[in-house]
Design a protein around this ligand. Structure first.
Ligand code: ZN
Length: 337
């Protein structure tokens, strides 16, 4: 082992033992001047698709077309940035995809070619929420009663579903269970937006019960390209163990690469194991899908070149989502059931 590797391992262990992972990569405001993107986009092809009938689409079938997988981090704040989408912009995104005739599914449903919840003539869209921040899923406690904060990501989603027929609880949550700043199953301390450590498993269980997909995203968002095989597997296995603690027996099928960085030994992103030195117990993992951090709309699972171990996503930055959706309509390359 080189001195450098030893140093990196030491740093990793220190971070693990404190439950204190790498801070999110800053507050890059390069897109902040774009503001909310709910405005009407003249010349967009979306108008053609908008239909008064919200349960039936009008588009011609195209099952080898592309599927947008939208990637969100923090929902909230005053302005959009690299890892933050304001509540207003998030709502506008939901309205936009709905009007264009998209309906939500999970990555797992996509893998299974299960489009049963998408009406004919409409298209699937996958919402993915990364990093398990309290902004995504926050509880409010009043008189001993817990309610979902309507201004958190999940709260906004539920409100939207109430007024938009056919909008189901289908999205994929790629979670951390030991990240810094409350990125631990949606908040692990009072100081992170009043979230209680004891609510973490309850939230994860609730998501699974609703039909949302639970996805792995490592223990504390390690840059997997920088660590030896053993640390890579520990990061992933301990995350899967955490999910299993919240929902016993849950089969995690999807993994999202932190920062989109592959481990040096690429297959470890989808298969591996780690033995806890304290208990001697081994935790194995084997995923069906690996999500990249970017790359544009994803290939259809019916496309012969579809690779489930490298699925592209569209980051919710500025107006990238609407731009990509416009492109799919313009080029008639979107998946339509
Ligand atoms: Zn992440």
């Amino acid at each position: 082992m080189t001195f450098r590797v030893a140093l990196i391992m030491l740093a990793a262990l220190a971070a693990c033992s404190k439950g204190n992972g790498q801070a999110k990569a800053g507050n890059n405001n390069r897109e902040s001047n774009l503001g909310a993107n709910g405005e009407k986009r003249a010349g967009s092809a979306s108008g053609d698709v908008a239909t008064a009938d919200t349960m039936k689409g009008k588009l011609p079938k195209n099952q080898t077309g592309k599927i947008p997988i939208l990637e969100y981090h923090v929902i909230g704040g005053d302005k959009n940035s690299l890892y933050t989408r304001t509540a207003a912009s998030f709502r506008a995104d939901l309205e936009d995809v709905y009007k264009r005739g998209y309906r939500p599914i999970t990555v797992a449903q996509m893998l299974d070619k299960d489009f049963s919840e998408v009406p004919d003539g409409m298209s699937p869209v996958v919402f993915v929420f990364d990093d398990a921040s309290p902004e995504q899923f926050r509880y409010i406690e009043q008189n001993g009663q817990l309610t979902i904060d309507p201004t958190s990501g999940v709260g906004i989603w539920l409100d939207f579903a109430k007024t938009h027929p056919g909008w189901r609880n289908r999205a994929t949550f790629c979670m951390l269970n030991g990240g810094a700043m409350g990125h631990n199953f949606f908040g692990d301390k009072e100081k992170f937006q009043g979230q209680n450590n004891a609510w973490r498993f309850q939230k994860v269980k609730w998501l699974a019960d609703q039909g949302f997909e639970l996805c792995s995203h490592t223990l504390w968002h390690a840059k997997l390209s920088q660590y030896p095989d053993a640390v890579v597997q520990e990061q992933i296995a301990r995350n899967v163990m955490g999910i299993d603690s919240a929902v016993t027996g849950y089969k995690v099928r999807t993994f999202a690469l932190p920062y989109g960085l592959w481990p040096k030994n690429r297959p470890l992103a989808w298969q591996g194991s780690w033995t806890n030195p304290k208990t001697g117990k081994t935790q194995a993992y084997k995923f069906d899908a690996v999500l990249e951090v970017a790359g544009g709309p994803a290939k259809s699972p019916y496309d012969p070149s579809f690779n489930p171990k490298s699925i592209n996503r569209i980051e919710a930055i500025g107006n990238d989502i609407s731009r990509q959706l416009d492109m799919l309509d313009r080029t008639k390359t979107r998946f339509v059931k």
